[in-house]
Design a protein around this ligand. Structure first.
Ligand code: GLY
Length: 350
Protein backbone atom coordinates (compact mmCIF):
# COMPACT_ATOMS: atom_id res chain seq x y z
CA UNK A 1 0.00 0.00 0.00
CA UNK A 2 1.19 3.52 -0.81
CA UNK A 3 0.71 6.15 1.86
CA UNK A 4 1.17 9.88 1.34
CA UNK A 5 1.01 12.13 4.38
CA UNK A 6 -0.11 15.70 3.76
CA UNK A 7 0.45 18.48 6.29
CA UNK A 8 -1.61 21.54 5.52
CA UNK A 9 -1.90 24.50 7.87
CA UNK A 10 -1.64 22.42 11.06
CA UNK A 11 -3.97 19.75 9.74
CA UNK A 12 -2.64 16.45 8.49
CA UNK A 13 -4.21 13.59 6.65
CA UNK A 14 -3.17 10.51 4.75
CA UNK A 15 -3.83 9.43 1.21
CA UNK A 16 -3.84 5.63 0.96
CA UNK A 17 -3.53 3.96 -2.46
CA UNK A 18 -3.79 0.26 -3.26
CA UNK A 19 -5.84 -2.39 -4.99
CA UNK A 20 -8.83 -3.73 -3.01
CA UNK A 21 -8.47 -1.10 -0.29
CA UNK A 22 -12.23 -0.83 -0.02
CA UNK A 23 -12.26 -4.36 1.42
CA UNK A 24 -10.62 -2.92 4.53
CA UNK A 25 -12.68 0.26 4.83
CA UNK A 26 -14.36 -0.94 8.04
CA UNK A 27 -11.10 -1.60 9.87
CA UNK A 28 -9.54 1.57 8.45
CA UNK A 29 -12.45 3.68 9.76
CA UNK A 30 -12.08 2.08 13.18
CA UNK A 31 -8.31 2.49 13.23
CA UNK A 32 -8.31 6.12 12.06
CA UNK A 33 -11.47 7.47 13.68
CA UNK A 34 -12.78 5.01 16.21
CA UNK A 35 -16.21 5.76 14.72
CA UNK A 36 -19.20 3.44 14.38
CA UNK A 37 -21.66 5.57 12.37
CA UNK A 38 -21.09 6.85 8.85
CA UNK A 39 -23.20 8.58 6.21
CA UNK A 40 -22.34 7.69 2.62
CA UNK A 41 -22.90 10.20 -0.16
CA UNK A 42 -22.67 8.55 -3.55
CA UNK A 43 -24.26 8.61 -7.00
CA UNK A 44 -26.49 6.35 -9.05
CA UNK A 45 -23.61 4.96 -11.18
CA UNK A 46 -21.31 4.15 -8.28
CA UNK A 47 -24.05 2.54 -6.25
CA UNK A 48 -24.94 0.20 -9.12
CA UNK A 49 -21.32 -1.01 -9.43
CA UNK A 50 -20.07 -0.91 -5.86
CA UNK A 51 -23.05 -0.28 -3.55
CA UNK A 52 -23.65 -3.84 -2.38
CA UNK A 53 -19.95 -4.37 -1.75
CA UNK A 54 -19.45 -1.36 0.52
CA UNK A 55 -22.71 -2.13 2.35
CA UNK A 56 -21.67 -5.68 3.14
CA UNK A 57 -18.17 -4.61 4.22
CA UNK A 58 -19.60 -2.00 6.61
CA UNK A 59 -22.17 -4.49 7.92
CA UNK A 60 -19.44 -7.03 8.58
CA UNK A 61 -17.49 -4.39 10.49
CA UNK A 62 -20.53 -3.43 12.62
CA UNK A 63 -20.52 0.11 11.28
CA UNK A 64 -23.96 1.72 11.14
CA UNK A 65 -24.57 3.56 7.89
CA UNK A 66 -27.11 5.49 5.85
CA UNK A 67 -26.68 6.25 2.18
CA UNK A 68 -27.73 9.23 0.08
CA UNK A 69 -27.68 8.54 -3.67
CA UNK A 70 -27.67 11.53 -6.00
CA UNK A 71 -28.30 11.29 -9.76
CA UNK A 72 -24.92 10.87 -11.48
CA UNK A 73 -23.64 13.95 -13.30
CA UNK A 74 -22.59 17.55 -12.90
CA UNK A 75 -26.20 18.79 -12.96
CA UNK A 76 -26.69 17.33 -9.44
CA UNK A 77 -24.02 19.64 -8.00
CA UNK A 78 -26.39 22.33 -6.84
CA UNK A 79 -27.95 23.86 -3.76
CA UNK A 80 -31.16 21.79 -4.05
CA UNK A 81 -29.17 18.57 -3.71
CA UNK A 82 -27.29 20.04 -0.74
CA UNK A 83 -30.56 20.91 0.95
CA UNK A 84 -31.91 17.44 0.33
CA UNK A 85 -28.77 15.90 1.83
CA UNK A 86 -29.08 18.13 4.93
CA UNK A 87 -32.62 16.79 5.44
CA UNK A 88 -31.38 13.26 5.05
CA UNK A 89 -28.56 13.88 7.56
CA UNK A 90 -31.14 15.22 10.00
CA UNK A 91 -33.38 12.18 9.50
CA UNK A 92 -30.39 9.91 10.02
CA UNK A 93 -29.47 11.81 13.22
CA UNK A 94 -25.90 12.39 12.03
CA UNK A 95 -23.87 14.45 14.49
CA UNK A 96 -20.41 16.02 14.47
CA UNK A 97 -18.94 12.82 15.90
CA UNK A 98 -19.96 10.77 12.88
CA UNK A 99 -18.22 10.50 9.52
CA UNK A 100 -19.33 11.35 6.00
CA UNK A 101 -17.95 9.17 3.22
CA UNK A 102 -17.77 10.77 -0.24
CA UNK A 103 -17.97 7.66 -2.41
CA UNK A 104 -17.76 8.65 -6.06
CA UNK A 105 -16.20 11.01 -8.57
CA UNK A 106 -15.57 14.74 -8.53
CA UNK A 107 -19.22 15.76 -8.25
CA UNK A 108 -19.81 13.53 -5.24
CA UNK A 109 -16.55 14.62 -3.59
CA UNK A 110 -17.20 18.33 -4.10
CA UNK A 111 -20.76 18.21 -2.84
CA UNK A 112 -20.06 15.82 0.05
CA UNK A 113 -17.09 17.98 1.12
CA UNK A 114 -19.28 21.07 1.06
CA UNK A 115 -21.94 19.32 3.12
CA UNK A 116 -19.29 18.04 5.56
CA UNK A 117 -17.88 21.54 5.98
CA UNK A 118 -21.28 23.00 6.84
CA UNK A 119 -23.31 20.31 8.59
CA UNK A 120 -23.27 21.25 12.27
CA UNK A 121 -20.38 23.58 11.36
CA UNK A 122 -18.21 20.73 10.19
CA UNK A 123 -17.66 17.02 10.63
CA UNK A 124 -14.96 14.67 9.44
CA UNK A 125 -15.21 13.18 5.99
CA UNK A 126 -13.39 10.54 3.99
CA UNK A 127 -12.86 10.81 0.27
CA UNK A 128 -13.21 7.47 -1.51
CA UNK A 129 -12.73 8.58 -5.14
CA UNK A 130 -13.95 6.23 -7.85
CA UNK A 131 -12.79 8.10 -10.98
CA UNK A 132 -9.30 8.93 -12.22
CA UNK A 133 -10.15 12.61 -12.05
CA UNK A 134 -11.23 12.41 -8.43
CA UNK A 135 -8.17 10.31 -7.49
CA UNK A 136 -5.59 12.72 -8.91
CA UNK A 137 -7.34 16.03 -8.49
CA UNK A 138 -10.64 16.73 -6.77
CA UNK A 139 -10.25 14.42 -3.77
CA UNK A 140 -6.86 15.92 -2.90
CA UNK A 141 -6.54 19.46 -1.65
CA UNK A 142 -9.73 20.31 0.22
CA UNK A 143 -11.66 22.33 -2.34
CA UNK A 144 -15.39 21.76 -2.01
CA UNK A 145 -18.15 23.42 -3.96
CA UNK A 146 -21.35 23.52 -5.91
CA UNK A 147 -22.43 25.20 -9.12
CA UNK A 148 -24.98 27.99 -9.42
CA UNK A 149 -26.52 29.26 -12.63
CA UNK A 150 -23.90 32.04 -12.82
CA UNK A 151 -20.99 29.60 -12.90
CA UNK A 152 -19.16 26.49 -11.77
CA UNK A 153 -17.94 26.11 -8.19
CA UNK A 154 -18.90 29.69 -7.33
CA UNK A 155 -20.14 28.58 -3.91
CA UNK A 156 -17.86 26.46 -1.77
CA UNK A 157 -15.33 26.18 1.00
CA UNK A 158 -11.78 25.05 1.69
CA UNK A 159 -12.21 22.02 3.93
CA UNK A 160 -9.87 19.07 4.38
CA UNK A 161 -10.92 15.46 4.18
CA UNK A 162 -9.64 13.49 7.16
CA UNK A 163 -8.54 10.63 4.92
CA UNK A 164 -8.40 9.83 1.20
CA UNK A 165 -8.75 6.17 0.38
CA UNK A 166 -8.01 5.23 -3.23
CA UNK A 167 -8.87 1.72 -4.37
CA UNK A 168 -7.36 1.32 -7.86
CA UNK A 169 -9.76 -1.54 -8.60
CA UNK A 170 -12.65 0.93 -8.68
CA UNK A 171 -11.23 2.46 -11.87
CA UNK A 172 -11.57 -0.79 -13.84
CA UNK A 173 -15.33 -0.37 -14.29
CA UNK A 174 -15.09 3.19 -15.66
CA UNK A 175 -16.22 3.77 -19.24
CA UNK A 176 -13.31 4.81 -21.48
CA UNK A 177 -14.63 8.35 -21.81
CA UNK A 178 -14.68 8.88 -18.05
CA UNK A 179 -11.26 7.21 -17.66
CA UNK A 180 -9.56 9.48 -20.20
CA UNK A 181 -11.33 12.57 -18.88
CA UNK A 182 -9.36 11.98 -15.67
CA UNK A 183 -6.15 11.44 -17.61
CA UNK A 184 -6.55 15.04 -18.88
CA UNK A 185 -5.73 16.22 -15.34
CA UNK A 186 -2.64 13.99 -15.38
CA UNK A 187 -1.57 15.61 -18.65
CA UNK A 188 -2.13 18.98 -16.94
CA UNK A 189 0.13 18.00 -14.03
CA UNK A 190 2.78 16.74 -16.46
CA UNK A 191 2.77 20.00 -18.45
CA UNK A 192 3.02 22.01 -15.26
CA UNK A 193 5.55 20.05 -13.25
CA UNK A 194 6.86 16.84 -14.73
CA UNK A 195 8.23 16.56 -18.27
CA UNK A 196 9.20 12.91 -17.65
CA UNK A 197 5.57 12.07 -16.92
CA UNK A 198 4.60 13.84 -20.15
CA UNK A 199 7.03 11.64 -22.10
CA UNK A 200 5.72 8.59 -20.25
CA UNK A 201 2.17 9.41 -21.35
CA UNK A 202 3.30 9.94 -24.94
CA UNK A 203 4.73 6.41 -24.89
CA UNK A 204 1.86 4.90 -22.89
CA UNK A 205 -1.34 6.39 -24.24
CA UNK A 206 -3.53 3.28 -24.35
CA UNK A 207 -5.81 2.53 -21.42
CA UNK A 208 -4.13 -0.83 -20.80
CA UNK A 209 -0.68 0.83 -20.66
CA UNK A 210 -1.90 3.45 -18.21
CA UNK A 211 -3.64 0.86 -16.05
CA UNK A 212 -0.48 -1.26 -15.84
CA UNK A 213 1.20 1.23 -13.50
CA UNK A 214 -1.88 2.98 -12.24
CA UNK A 215 -0.97 2.95 -8.52
CA UNK A 216 2.41 4.58 -9.23
CA UNK A 217 0.80 7.14 -11.52
CA UNK A 218 -1.89 7.99 -8.96
CA UNK A 219 0.76 8.27 -6.24
CA UNK A 220 2.94 10.58 -8.36
CA UNK A 221 0.00 12.86 -9.14
CA UNK A 222 -1.27 12.97 -5.57
CA UNK A 223 2.24 13.93 -4.43
CA UNK A 224 2.61 16.61 -7.14
CA UNK A 225 -0.72 18.16 -6.28
CA UNK A 226 -0.47 17.56 -2.53
CA UNK A 227 2.88 19.36 -2.22
CA UNK A 228 1.50 22.43 -4.04
CA UNK A 229 -1.51 22.44 -1.73
CA UNK A 230 0.76 22.14 1.33
CA UNK A 231 2.60 25.28 0.25
CA UNK A 232 -0.47 27.28 -0.78
CA UNK A 233 -3.70 25.78 0.51
CA UNK A 234 -5.87 28.89 0.06
CA UNK A 235 -4.67 29.51 -3.50
CA UNK A 236 -2.89 32.80 -2.89
CA UNK A 237 -0.37 32.14 -5.65
CA UNK A 238 1.26 28.80 -6.51
CA UNK A 239 -1.96 26.76 -6.34
CA UNK A 240 -3.45 28.94 -9.07
CA UNK A 241 -1.19 27.03 -11.44
CA UNK A 242 -3.36 23.96 -10.94
CA UNK A 243 -6.07 25.90 -12.76
CA UNK A 244 -4.10 25.62 -16.00
CA UNK A 245 -6.68 25.03 -18.75
CA UNK A 246 -9.56 25.61 -16.35
CA UNK A 247 -10.48 29.22 -17.14
CA UNK A 248 -11.57 28.32 -20.64
CA UNK A 249 -12.50 24.77 -19.61
CA UNK A 250 -15.08 26.11 -17.16
CA UNK A 251 -16.50 28.48 -19.75
CA UNK A 252 -16.89 25.62 -22.23
CA UNK A 253 -18.73 23.61 -19.58
CA UNK A 254 -20.98 26.50 -18.64
CA UNK A 255 -21.74 27.49 -22.21
CA UNK A 256 -22.62 24.01 -23.46
CA UNK A 257 -24.36 23.00 -20.24
CA UNK A 258 -22.74 20.90 -17.53
CA UNK A 259 -22.57 17.35 -18.76
CA UNK A 260 -22.08 18.03 -22.48
CA UNK A 261 -18.35 17.63 -22.07
CA UNK A 262 -16.92 15.78 -19.09
CA UNK A 263 -14.78 18.05 -16.90
CA UNK A 264 -11.45 16.66 -18.15
CA UNK A 265 -12.59 16.99 -21.76
CA UNK A 266 -13.35 20.68 -21.21
CA UNK A 267 -9.95 21.06 -19.49
CA UNK A 268 -8.29 19.45 -22.51
CA UNK A 269 -9.84 22.16 -24.73
CA UNK A 270 -8.77 24.78 -22.17
CA UNK A 271 -5.18 23.47 -22.14
CA UNK A 272 -4.95 23.85 -25.92
CA UNK A 273 -6.45 27.36 -25.72
CA UNK A 274 -3.90 28.38 -23.08
CA UNK A 275 -1.00 26.99 -25.13
CA UNK A 276 -2.11 28.78 -28.31
CA UNK A 277 -2.71 32.04 -26.43
CA UNK A 278 0.69 31.65 -24.74
CA UNK A 279 2.41 31.29 -28.12
CA UNK A 280 0.43 34.24 -29.53
CA UNK A 281 1.46 36.46 -26.61
CA UNK A 282 5.09 35.28 -26.76
CA UNK A 283 4.90 33.66 -23.30
CA UNK A 284 5.07 30.03 -24.44
CA UNK A 285 8.47 29.85 -26.05
CA UNK A 286 8.18 26.65 -28.01
CA UNK A 287 5.50 26.78 -30.72
CA UNK A 288 5.92 23.07 -31.48
CA UNK A 289 4.49 22.31 -28.03
CA UNK A 290 1.05 23.06 -29.51
CA UNK A 291 1.34 20.15 -31.93
CA UNK A 292 3.01 17.87 -29.39
CA UNK A 293 0.32 18.38 -26.73
CA UNK A 294 -2.49 18.27 -29.23
CA UNK A 295 -1.38 14.88 -30.54
CA UNK A 296 -1.02 13.50 -27.02
CA UNK A 297 -4.53 14.70 -26.07
CA UNK A 298 -5.99 13.31 -29.30
CA UNK A 299 -4.29 9.96 -28.71
CA UNK A 300 -6.08 9.91 -25.34
CA UNK A 301 -9.43 10.49 -27.10
CA UNK A 302 -9.67 14.01 -25.68
CA UNK A 303 -11.10 17.01 -27.59
CA UNK A 304 -8.76 19.87 -28.43
CA UNK A 305 -10.81 22.42 -30.42
CA UNK A 306 -12.86 25.22 -28.93
CA UNK A 307 -16.47 24.57 -29.98
CA UNK A 308 -17.95 27.25 -32.23
CA UNK A 309 -19.95 30.00 -30.53
CA UNK A 310 -18.39 29.82 -27.05
CA UNK A 311 -18.51 33.23 -25.36
CA UNK A 312 -15.18 32.79 -23.59
CA UNK A 313 -14.92 36.39 -22.49
CA UNK A 314 -18.22 36.71 -20.64
CA UNK A 315 -17.59 33.40 -18.88
CA UNK A 316 -14.09 34.55 -17.89
CA UNK A 317 -15.63 37.59 -16.22
CA UNK A 318 -16.99 35.24 -13.56
CA UNK A 319 -13.68 33.45 -13.04
CA UNK A 320 -12.48 33.57 -9.41
CA UNK A 321 -9.04 34.71 -10.64
CA UNK A 322 -10.38 37.79 -12.44
CA UNK A 323 -9.69 41.37 -11.32
CA UNK A 324 -11.57 44.32 -12.89
CA UNK A 325 -10.16 44.36 -16.44
CA UNK A 326 -7.56 41.62 -16.17
CA UNK A 327 -7.13 38.03 -15.08
CA UNK A 328 -4.35 35.87 -13.68
CA UNK A 329 -3.95 33.41 -16.51
CA UNK A 330 -1.79 30.29 -16.31
CA UNK A 331 0.65 29.64 -19.13
CA UNK A 332 3.42 27.16 -19.80
CA UNK A 333 6.74 28.79 -20.71
CA UNK A 334 8.33 25.41 -21.45
CA UNK A 335 7.31 21.84 -20.70
CA UNK A 336 7.30 21.58 -16.89
CA UNK A 337 7.65 25.34 -16.38
CA UNK A 338 4.37 27.12 -15.60
CA UNK A 339 3.96 30.84 -15.12
CA UNK A 340 1.12 33.01 -13.83
CA UNK A 341 0.67 36.18 -15.89
CA UNK A 342 -1.78 38.98 -15.32
CA UNK A 343 -3.26 39.72 -18.73
CA UNK A 344 -5.82 42.25 -19.87
CA UNK A 345 -9.15 40.69 -20.79
CA UNK A 346 -8.97 42.45 -24.14
CA UNK A 347 -5.83 40.47 -24.96
CA UNK A 348 -7.67 37.18 -24.69
CA UNK A 349 -7.97 36.45 -28.37
CA UNK A 350 -10.00 33.53 -29.66
N1 GLY B 1 -8.25 21.57 -9.19
C1 GLY B 1 -7.40 22.61 -8.83
C2 GLY B 1 -7.14 22.73 -7.37
O1 GLY B 1 -7.55 21.88 -6.60
O2 GLY B 1 -6.56 23.68 -6.94
Amino acid sequence: MKKIALNIENFSYDILIDYNLIDNIGSIIKEYFNASTVFIITDSNVVSFHGEKINSILDASNIKFNTYVLPAGESSKNIDTVNDIYNSLANSEITRHDIIIAFGGGVVGDIAGFVASTWMRGLRFIQVPTTVLACVDSSVGGKTGINISAGKNLVGSFYHPSLVLIDANMLKTLPDREFFSGVAEIVKHSLLFDSDMFKYLEENNKRLDIEKNICELLEKNCILKGRVVERDFKERHERMMLNFGHTVGHSVEKHLGYGHFLHGEAVSIGIMFALKLGVKLGITKNESLIEQVSSLLKSLNLPTDLPIGIDVLSAIKLDKKRMSDSINFIFIEKLGEPIIKKILLKNIIF
